[in-house]
Ligand binder design. Structure first.
Ligand SMILES: [Ca+2]
Length: 258
């Protein structure tokens, strides 16, 4: 008697993508920032309990990571260089060439795009809250009127140091809003603005790296990278204002190099 044993494909899922501050990235809800790290987590099951598996994650930007042999869970890290909408595809393959290929769409923004998203998220909260309205004013400049000197305008003009000063001031107003209303939790907006500032600093460092030729310029870039790391430590302990101050210092180190 012939017995045919059919392989069953692995059932895989992308369980989440989180930014450096631990917030879930969800298309249309929370975007990611270029030049900051994202962690993707996945998992899979296979009714063929003796099957072995390999995994590849494709980030949708022309890059993929071969994760090799995997057992049940998947973890991978990626940094996007350019803004855009991307589809992340996880491919889990068993030893009989059965595959599971879940996908997840995400939006990745540059600092300007992220500032726009932060503004959109804060507008509904600003109506009855003067502190949030003041934060919006720092981000948008002239709050809804002709663009002037908000963070968004300054980023568009390439005045990164002044833009980060405005983001820092916006964060201070958001903290004042929370202090005035203990039921208010603006953590998502605050961490998003901190990552926006970090992305700005990293972009300045990249540009400086491309232009630097002199030893003192390379020294400044090294110092800027240290400042970004110091900022990361502060934002990790929820000191977003302090973190943006460090990212702003990092931007200032690069002034004159590019
Ligand atoms: Ca199988």
């Amino acid at each position: 008697m012939d017995v045919t044993v059919n392989n069953v494909d692995p059932v895989a899922s992308i369980d989440g993508v989180i930014d450096e501050l631990g917030t879930q990235i969800e298309y249309g809800v929370r975007s990611a920032l270029i030049l900051t790290e994202l962690d993707a987590a996945g998992s899979f099951t296979d009714v063929g309990t003796l099957d072995t598996h390999t995994a590849v994650i494709n980030w949708g930007d022309g890059m993929e990571d071969d994760l090799g042999s995997v057992m049940g869970t998947i973890a991978a890290t990626h940094t996007y260089a350019d803004p855009g909408d991307y589809t992340i595809t996880l491919t889990v393959t068993d030893d009989d060439e059965g595959v599971g290929t879940p996908t997840k769409g995400i939006r990745v923004l540059d600092a300007e795009g992220a500032t726009r998203e932060a503004i959109e998220n804060l507008i509904p909260l600003a109506e009855d809250d003067p502190n949030i309205a003041a934060a919006l004013d720092k981000l948008h400049g002239n709050n809804g009127g002709p663009a002037e000197n908000g963070a968004l305008d300054l980023l568009e003009k390439g005045n990164l140091n002044a833009a980060l000063e405005k983001i820092k001031q916006a964060l201070q107003y958001l903290e004042a809003a929370e202090a005035a209303d203990p039921s208010l939790d603006l953590t998502d907006s605050k961490s998003f603005l901190a990552l926006t500032a970090k992305s700005t600093a990293n972009e300045a460092i990249l540009q400086a790296e491309a232009a630097a030729t002199k030893p003192n310029e390379l020294q400044k870039i090294a110092r800027a990278n240290e400042l970004v790391a110091e900022g990361d430590t502060l934002s990790g302990s929820l000191d977003y204002v302090g973190a943006v101050g460090k990212y702003q210092q990092a931007v200032r180190e690069e002034q004159g190099i590019y």
